[in-house]
Design a protein around this ligand. Structure first.
Ligand SMILES: N[C@@H](CCC(=O)N[C@@H](CS)C(=O)NCC(=O)O)C(=O)O
Length: 212
């Protein structure tokens, strides 16, 4: 008998949210959280290495198999489950979504999340405050990257195609956190398409559940 699918990781994680968005879009039933069976995981204490060779989240556990890497997990969900397709049908269009799923997970995550957003979530400045110098140093790169994403998106309804894909699932949680920063207006000031896109996706039932 099929065992329920579990998304292992904290719900605040952008990558956990990407996997959750795919489940919600496809109507896959799942459980989510940092506990699986008797084991509870958290960042920084090595516990994730029990599930993930590099000690990261998310991990998806399905039918006693464990899968890591958000883009691979999302592709698996799309292939193994019924529901709307989260990847285009043609080989070239599918490769386009794939390359962006990787690029977003690697390069965009590094600039938007690791070098910038995490400083607000887990400040490393004096007395537990945000390290203003680090934020200031990282900001030009954030704005430049948003410009690149804005150009790639253009007037399309979704990031790569006419439909919601895995690339949207990976990008949206990052943009959502960025837009919620008190000073986000200056980050998005020069972008024409990103905020309308984000707000359109926020209207979807999946985003309502995942982004809160
Ligand atoms: N390439 C991985 C990245 C996963 C990742 O960096 N996850 C973050 C949470 S958003 C994490 O586990 N951070 C904890 C750490 O690096 O110790 C993926 O696509 O799943």
């Amino acid at each position: 008998m099929e065992k329920p699918l579990h998304i292992l990781g904290p719900q605040f994680s952008t990558f956990v949210r990407s996997v959750q968005l795919c489940c919600e879009e496809k109507g896959i039933s799942y459980t989510l959280g940092t506990t699986f069976g008797e084991q509870t995981v958290s960042f920084g204490d090595g516990s994730l290495f029990e599930f993930h060779p590099f000690g990261k989240a998310p991990v998806v556990i399905h039918n006693d198999r464990r899968l890591f890497e958000t883009a691979s997990i999302c592709r698996y969900l799309d292939t193994a489950f019924d529901g709307v397709d989260l990847q285009p049908g043609s080989a070239l269009e599918r490769a386009d979504v794939d390359q962006w799923a990787s690029g977003l997970s690697l390069y965009v995550d590094r600039v938007l999340v690791r070098s910038y957003l995490l400083e607000f979530a887990f400040p490393k400045g004096a007395d537990g405050n945000v390290n203003a110098a680090a934020v200031q140093a990282a900001e030009p790169e954030v704005i430049k990257l948003l410009g690149l994403l804005d150009k790639e998106l253009g007037a399309k309804p979704f990031f790569r195609t006419e439909h919601f894909t895995i690339a949207d699932a990976i990008l949206i949680p990052m943009l959502d956190y960025l837009e919620k920063l008190p000073h986000s207006a200056r980050l998005f000031a020069e972008q024409r398409y990103l905020l309308p896109y984000l707000n359109r996706i926020r209207q979807r039932p999946s985003a309502n559940v995942v982004l809160g």
